[in-house]
Structures are given as structure tokens and as C-alpha cells.
Design a protein around this ligand. Structure first.
Ligand SMILES: NC(=O)NCCC[C@H](N)C(=O)O
Length: 408
């Protein structure tokens, strides 16, 4: 199973990429929360226990669990040149204010982080001013900085491996992220898809240096011909035009239709998968809040290397039925209770990870939605969620499938 294969949202999951939350969460402070896209500070030890329980449930269901941080360490472990290149790129993008501090950071990494795994973990954790024991009496900027000042920000959102890159069929979109804080996350994917023996050579349909923003949470593989992408707070329509062209003109891709779902642009609905995920051949979870305002556009090749766009004028069920070839049922988060829907939506009640048709991983805390999904015949793999949910992402956000069995 070298390379990637993701031609649906529901085919039996065989291989997945996760990131175990690490010390980067310890560098969240009340003042940095908003900028770093968190609403509260998770208790790391418990978040790790919950994440380990998630990974174990996946293994118990026959899924090979790969960790982003280990794949990245594999890439640099025995390759001095790639290691140097990685450090330089990470420093270049770390928003370090002066060449003097860049030099100090490089020296610090070289002298303290010879071990590949320790180095990768450190790049994720960030660097605090307090780690450097140097005379700062000649630098006004350092003297006025508070003790929690970070020289390099942490990357606390890394455990949402869904977003920085996304598998589409046998290829990958390495994304340009919406926020400054998440932009550096794609460095890891870039290196893994360039240099890791299991992933090098995977066709790329989008690159991190593109002009427009797109995130993996907006990308849903409906089947091997149809891809759905959210126009959301995170993903710009221009990026969807670009990726559609790239998919239609690349002979490794079988996608011939992209459906662009125009969802409200807000934090509660940040990605399409925050409000809409497939759970079975003919079932989707959905947040009722998007049903009214949803507009869907169909994008197809025009036969001359460009694209043709058509606004769909039917309801979501009819649109999905048209492209899937059978009727579908939409299962509403909160089971029809609007307050439960909004509360559980905030904790990713619609953001399930399907591990085979009809079997989904869900957060324990969304009990109203979960009871309803259970009564609708779904097989639920329930995971603890007190701390993980503070980052505003659920089981789908916390996982990037690398291999799913094809549907028969
Ligand atoms: N696909 C997703 O909805 N991912 C969740 C990302 C949460 C993260 N705190 C963010 O705001 O980007």
C-alpha cells in the first residue's frame, strides 16, 4: 500500500495520518488563543490520553495509524541535506524578527536537537524567549518583551491533520492555509510528499505556494468522479477553480465534476466537514443551519482545457442523488432540536470519521446526535472528547485517510 488511495468518504479505512497533540499545546496562552485559533487551553495530558484512545480504536478496527511527526522525522533522519533544507525553510517562515535571532534559533536547534524526532517535535512546539540564556541588555525589543513572549509561535492545530493536505483519489492537494498560524503546517506535508519513501511521487493537484486558500476540511471525496469542496471561511472560490482545472487536466485523476458548496463564512461553520460528512452509502450528517442558505455550483471541464460552471437550482438531497445515482438521507445534528444542534455542532457533532460504510467515529459528548445516529442504524465508535474538542475539530478533522478500500 505505497502511495495514497482515497476515492470515497466511506470505503474501509486502511491507513490514516494523525498527529498526537504535543508540547505545542503548552505554548497556548490566553493572549494568543484567538490568533492561534483555539477557544480554550486543553489539558495536554488528558488530550493525549483521549487521542491515544482514538488511535487505539482505529487500530482495533484494522486501520494502520501513521503519525505526521514520525513521517517527518523519517524524512530527515538519515539525510543531512534535507534536514538542513527543512531547518532553513522552517526558520524562513517562522516570522523571526531579526537576522540575529534567526541565527540564535538555528544555533539552538543544531546544538540541542541532533535527534530527528526531537527536532521535528521542537519545530511544532515553538520557541519561547525564556529558553535562551543570553545577555539581552542591549536589545530594547527583548527587554520590553514579556516572559511568555514566543520567538517562534507553536503550531497547536497540527492535530487536525485533515486540513494542511488532502488526499483526492490517488493524489494530494498540499494546501495554502487561511491563517498565518496554520500556514507553516504544510511544510511537513510538502516534505513528506517529496521525500518519504511511502509517499514520494504522489501526484499533486495543488501546492502550498499557490495564491488562493484551500483547506482539507473543505474537500470531500464523493466518489471517483465527483469531488465536493466547500466555499467557506477557509477556502476561496478561486482556489476551487484552480484545483478543478488541475484535476481535469491531470491524467492521474478520474474526477470529472467538482461540486462547490457555498456555505456561510463563520467560525462555527469553518469548513464543509464541520457541517456535513458522509456516514454511509446513502447517509450524511448535516448541521441544519446550512440547509437554508446553501448554494451549490457544478464545475465540469469545457473540453478545451478550461472549466464550465453551472449553479444548481435543486435542493441538497436532489443534487447528491443526481451525482451519486441513488437517493440519500440527511441526518440532522441535534436530531431536530435547534439548541442541541447548535451546541453539539460547536463540538463537532456532524464531524464524524467514517471507517467503513455505516461505521463512524464520534465524540462522546454529542449524546443527542449520537443517540439519533444510533437509532438510524449507524454503528458508533465513541471516543472521549473533553479536551480534544477545545481545538474546535472532531474525528474527521483529526485524521487524514491515506488509504481506503474501493467500494464495490
Ligand atoms: N476540518 C476542520 O474543521 N478542522 C478543524 C480545525 C480547527 C482549528 N482550530 C482551526 O481553526 O483551524
Amino acid at each position: 500500500m505505497a502511495g495514497v488511495q482515497v476515492k470515497s468518504e466511506i470505503g474501509k479505512l486502511r491507513k490514516v495520518i494523525l498527529h498526537r497533540p504535543g508540547r505545542e499545546l503548552l505554548n497556548l496562552t490566553p493572549d494568543s488563543l484567538e490568533r492561534l485559533l483555539f477557544d480554550d487551553i486543553p489539558y495536554l495530558e488528558v488530550a493525549q490520553q483521549e487521542h491515544d484512545a482514538f488511535a487505539q480504536k482505529l487500530r482495533d478496527n484494522g486501520v494502520e495509524v501513521l503519525y505526521l511527526e514520525r513521517l517527518m522525522a523519517d524524512v530527515i533522519r538519515d539525510n543531512r541535506q534535507v534536514r538542513e533544507q527543512f531547518i532553513d525553510q522552517w526558520l524562513d517562515e517562522a516570522d523571526i524578527h531579526t537576522p540575529y535571532w534567526r541565527g540564535l534559533c538555528k544555533e539552538y536547534l543544531d546544538s540541542h536537537y541532533a535527534d530527528a524526532q526531537a527536532l521535528v517535535d521542537k519545530t511544532m512546539e515553538g520557541m519561547a524567549l525564556s529558553e535562551f540564556e543570553i545577555d539581552r541588555s542591549n536589545m530594547l525589543v527583548d527587554l520590553v518583551s514579556g516572559p511568555t513572549e514566543m520567538i517562534v509561535d507553536p503550531m497547536p492545530n497540527l492535530y487536525f491533520t485533515r486540513d494542511p493536505f488532502a488526499m483526492i483519489g490517488n493524489g494530494v492537494s498540499v494546501n495554502r492555509m487561511y491563517s498565518v498560524t496554520r500556514r507553516r503546517e504544510t511544510i511537513y506535508g510538502d516534505y513528506i510528499f517529496k521525500y518519504h519513501p511511502d509517499f514520494a511521487g504522489t501526484p499533486r493537484y495543488y501546492t502550498r505556494d499557490s495564491s488562493f486558500r484551500i483547506e482539507g476540511g473543505d474537500i470531500l471525496n464523493i466518489n471517483d468522479h465527483v469531488l465536493a469542496i466547500g466555499i467557506s471561511q477557509r477556502t476561496q472560490p478561486d482556489a476551487i477553480d484552480a484545483i478543478a482545472k488541475s484535476l481535469f487536466n491531470d491524467e492521474t485523476s478520474t474526477i470529472d465534476t467538482v461540486l462547490a458548496f457555498d456555505i456561510p463564512k463563520s467560525r462555527a461553520f469553518m469548513h464543509l466537514d464541520t457541517v456535513f460528512t458522509q456516514v454511509d452509502y446513502d447517509k450524511f450528517t448535516i448541521h441544519p443551519g446550512i440547509l437554508g442558505p446553501l448554494t451549490v455550483f457544478e464545475i465540469t471541464p469545457d473540453g478545451k482545457g478550461d472549466i464550465r460552471i453551472k449553479e444548481m437550482d435543486s435542493d441538497l438531497e436532489s443534487i447528491l442523488a443526481k451525482y451519486m445515482g441513488h437517493s440519500v438521507k440527511l441526518l440532522q445534528c441535534g436530531a431536530g432540536d435547534r439548541i442541541a444542534a447548535e451546541r453539539e455542532q460547536w463540538n463537532d457533532g456532524s464531524n464524524t470519521l467514517c471507517i467503513e460504510p455505516g461505521k463512524i467515529v464520534v465524540y462522546a459528548r454529542n449524546n443527542v446526535t449520537n443517540d439519533y445516529l444510533y437509532k438510524e442504524g449507524l454503528d458508533l465508535v465513541v471516543i472521549p472528547s473533553a479536551e480534544l474538542s477545545r481545538g474546535r475539530g472532531g474525528p474527521r478533522c483529526m485524521s487524514m485517510p491515506a488509504w481506503r478500500e474501493l467500494l464495490v
